[in-house]
Design a protein. Structure first.
Length: 256
């Protein structure tokens, strides 16, 4: 049986797309693997949302980013209420950089202040003394400047995806736990071949597989993207204890 839409990839983007399509009354299937139980022995697709915390910021020198962030908070609350799955909480953010450094975006201190005043985003500036007194847990370089966003936030990516998929299913969407290994364009539809050997089809297919799009060779024309390695350190904290510190983004040095 053919479907109206198939979304390939069930991470944050794919799950959100499936939720919106289902909410619009469209018949949609979203396909993607479950998180592997043993990371060290997994050799297949590995998604980017397998952790418990991502920094969420409102403060920006770009008005459109602030407006989108505020709209997102309202969207988070709606999804949480509809599904009963909490994934967002308010939490302070701290960005630190050299006092004499600025750029066109993230460390555009004056721009952040101007947009914050216009769009009601609270921020607090701190110098060396303010940083050491407010955050004695850290030892920043002398000559640093900090910006605190008291009403920032933290998103739990695993729960975010779970909530989006739950909302999609509540509106008639279907979730298939498998990998897509091939897409075959046919007359009148597109065949989606799964790793288990089965195939499904749809009138339209949305590919939301991020960096794995090229690696999986799902489309003939490679996406013009540059991949680079980043070391991510994940720390497992037992129980419900949570350190009383902000999320921190820190820049060392003033070179581009």
């Amino acid at each position: 049986m053919g479907h109206r839409f198939i979304v390939v990839g069930r991470g944050p983007m794919g799950a959100a797309a499936a939720r919106h399509l289902a909410a619009a009354g469209e018949e949609v299937v979203v396909v993607g693997p479950e998180e592997p139980e043993n990371w060290s022995q997994h050799d297949g697709v590995f998604a980017s949302h397998y952790d418990e915390g991502r920094q969420f910021e409102l403060a920006s020198s770009e008005k459109i980013l602030v407006r989108l962030a505020k709209d997102s908070v309202r969207g988070f609350q709606e999804v949480e209420k509809a599904t009963g799955i909490p994934f967002f909480r308010r939490h302070p953010n701290l960005r630190v950089g050299p006092a004499g450094f600025s750029d066109d975006h993230y460390y555009n201190w004056e721009g952040i202040d101007a947009v914050g005043r216009e769009l009601s985003v609270e921020t607090v500036h701190l110098g060396d003394q303010g940083l050491s007194e407010t955050f004695p847990q850290f030892c920043f370089e002398s000559g640093s400047r900090g910006l605190v966003e008291p009403n920032g936030g933290v998103i739990n990516p695993r729960r975010l995806v779970k909530a989006q998929l739950c909302a999609a299913q509540a509106n008639g969407g279907t979730v298939i736990s498998d990998e897509v290994v091939a897409l075959n364009r046919r007359r009148g539809d597109i065949e989606v071949v799964l790793k288990n050997g089965k195939a499904i089809s749809a009138n339209q297919v949305l590919i939301a597989t991020g960096a794995f799009t090229n690696a999986a060779k799902l489309i003939k024309r490679r996406l013009a993207m540059y991949l680079y390695g980043v070391t991510a350190v994940l720390v497992e904290v037992r129980g419900e204890s949570r350190p009383n510190i902000p999320t921190v983004t820190c820049r060392f040095g003033s070179e581009p």
